[in-house]
Design a binder for this molecule. Structure first.
Ligand code: ADP
Ligand code: MG
Length: 386
């Protein structure tokens, strides 16, 4: 069992094929910036973020397919610098199943056991049978991988990665080629297998819903950096940044300016727009105060949980907190689309320039819908310009 740690890991891809140094500007790409991460022993840990944010690079760095430009990767305190992938004791599953088509299912699963003896004194055959059972493919060993469905092939890939009993299991978007229903059942299977084996696991996905559902903890990545690490419910309830607030789950985010604070409740102006009075007169320099007085306030919210020392905030309200019954903090939303989700409908629209998403029991009847939220129902982030 293994604890994985990344300390100050950066990865730059140089402008030329051989150069990975940072000294040339121009065509260099910064894939990772100063990533610090600890994955605990036996944990199911997920890296989640949009395409291009550095998830695969992080995973490849852990596996040893890439060396970091700076920083270190350690397994249980042992530095992995210079250790090639085959000596790192990791099992890797990729998006494409990458099974050997000329080998049977059993031969695929047993492949890694040519280089490393099966654990616990088992023979190769015994270990292969054990793994096929673990992934619910008993009796399929003689089949050709091409005879299997996508979900079955991915389970073979998982069994192959696990057969040598690696210290770490790394999975890079292993389900993204599968349809939704299959993804869900494979996800449950993976969850069961991981907790049964108690193997330290790093799972990569761009799908935030999947990340919330499957992980013990997750890291939200953005532009090569980690924005937040935490348990799914903490990241969902208390996003640390605007990016996380908008990326993880549906959210409604309003820019606000604190205009009054009594120590408990704050009055926050939202939907402000600047009114240009000195049209085109670039010689007339306006002070910040003058600009503020020329702003038009569309409405004000009354909010709890606003720090007393901030002026500019982002107010995040989950769709579930916006209801037609609430009497405070009211908005009239212009409705654009309605999606029927079975038990609920999801409504997309706008309030002024702010995109709004609602989750309602019944579809709204008109072109607008009035909703509100309680003062304590918003999550407040202080803006970076404070
Ligand atoms: P993700 O898996 O989150 O989609 P990647 O880790 O694949 O992101 O990529 C992160 C960034 O690094 C991207 O901007 C990508 O273009 C860049 N990148 C990845 N691999 C290479 C490479 N071999 N050479 C140059 N740039 C790369
Ligand atoms: Mg990737």
């Amino acid at each position: 069992m293994t604890e994985l740690r990344l300390a100050g890991v950066s990865k730059r891809y140089g402008g030329t094929e051989t150069s990975t140094t940072a000294d040339e500007s121009g065509a260099e790409a910064i894939a990772l910036q100063n990533v610090d991460l600890t994955v605990r022993d036996g944990e199911f840990f997920t890296l989640v973020g949009p395409s291009g944010c550095g998830k695969t690079t992080t995973l490849r760095t852990i596996a040893g397919f890439e060396e970091p430009t700076t920083g270190t990767v350690t397994f249980d305190g042992d530095p992995m610098t210079g250790v090639p992938p085959e000596d790192r004791d990791v099992g890797v599953v990729f998006q494409s199943y990458a099974l050997f088509p000329h080998l049977s299912v059993a031969e695929n699963v047993g492949y890694g056991l040519k280089f490393r003896a099966p654990p616990a004194g088992l023979t190769v055959d015994e270990r292969v049978r054990e793994l096929l059972e673990l992934v619910d493919l008993e009796g399929m060993g003689e089949r050709d991988p091409t005879q299997l469905s996508g979900g079955q092939q991915q389970r073979v890939a998982l069994a192959r990665a696990l057969a040598p009993a690696p210290e770490l299991l790394l999975l890079d978007e292993p389900m993204s080629a599968l349809d939704a229903r299959l993804r869900e059942s494979l996800r449950r299977q993976l969850s069961r297998i991981q907790s049964e084996l108690e193997i330290t696991t790093v799972y990569v996905t761009h799908d935030q819903a999947e990340a919330l559902a499957i992980s013990d903890r997750l890291a939200v990545m953005h532009d090569g950096e980690i924005e937040q690490v935490g348990r799914p419910k903490d990241v969902y309830r208390e996003p640390a940044s605007r990016f996380v607030a908008e990326f993880v789950g549906d959210n409604n985010v309003f820019d606000g300016r604190v205009v009054d604070h009594d120590g408990e409740r704050a009055t926050v102006a939202v939907g402000e727009t600047g009114v240009e009075t000195g049209m085109g007169s670039e010689t007339q320099t306006q002070t910040q105060a003058q600009v503020e007085t020329q702003k038009q306030t569309r409405t004000t919210f009354t909010l709890a949980n606003v720090p007393t020392d901030v002026t500019h905030i982002a107010v995040c309200v989950r769709p579930g907190a916006l209801s037609r019954e609430a009497t405070q903090n009211q908005l009239t939303v212009d409705i654009e689309t309605t999606e029927f989700l079975g038990e609920r409908v999801r409504v997309h629209g706008h309030w002024n320039d702010v995109p709004i998403v609602l989750r309602l029991a019944e579809p709204p009847s008109g072109e607008t819908c009035s909703v509100g939220f309680e003062p304590g129902a918003a999550h407040v982030l202080s803006s970076s310009d404070d």
